[in-house]
Design a protein around this ligand. Structure first.
Ligand code: V0V
Ligand code: CO
Length: 148
């Protein structure tokens, strides 16, 4: 079950400048920063608020590290802006399967590694009324699942 918004992914050309904009304008601080080689991004998570399932809601600022990455291609075509919306779930595997059964293209056969050791998958934007949609199980929720 999708229970919350985990993050909004925002594509930018210059991560440091964009981080500074969010800090100076709204007071949002960087909670976590990493390079995800597989996804071709350098990213910063700005934590907006915690949630009662141990997760949180973030803004995810994304700078491509390769022109041919998903974010690099998107930026070249569209410029900076909102790139994807991510819903949080305790069970990304089950929810992805259920959504696939409804005829929506799930881009990965198995969830892959996301920010902060989360497990993520994506739904094709053309099947979601133009919105690239991500499903996320955060690391604490993933550990609880494994313990059950
Ligand atoms: C592409 N399209 C989009 C879109 N990206 N529409 C809405 N939002 C987006 N972000 C549209 C595009 O305008 C085209 O429509 C069509 O889809 C095909 O796009 P394309 O430019 O030919 O590109 P493709 O097909 O090579 O790739 C598109 C997909 C790709 C969605 C398949 O971007 C992908 O695999 N994305 C998932 C991975 C990802 O985005 N990683 C970066 C975030 P027209 O022009 O034909 O009408 S990593 C992340 O979020 C992490 C690590 C995390 O949260 O932890
Ligand atoms: Co994301």
């Amino acid at each position: 079950m999708l229970t919350r918004i985990d993050h909004i992914g925002i594509a930018c050309f210059d991560l440091d400048a964009t981080v500074e904009f969010y800090r100076a304008t709204y007071g949002f601080e960087v909670h976590h920063c990493e390079v995800n080689e597989e996804q071709g991004v350098r990213e910063a998570m700005l934590r907006i608020n915690g949630t009662d399932d141990g997760g949180a809601t973030y803004l995810q600022l994304l700078e491509p590290i390769r022109e041919d990455s998903a974010v690099g291609k998107w930026l070249a075509k569209n410029g900076e802006g909102v790139h994807h919306v991510a819903f949080g779930t305790a069970d990304v595997d089950g929810d992805a399967e259920a959504i696939r059964d409804k005829g929506v293209r799930v881009l990965y056969e198995q969830p892959r590694r996301g920010s902060m050791d989360s497990r993520i998958t994506f739904l094709h934007p053309k099947d979601c009324h133009g919105v690239l949609t991500e499903l996320v199980t955060s690391a604490p929720a993933a550990e609880e699942d494994a313990g059950h």
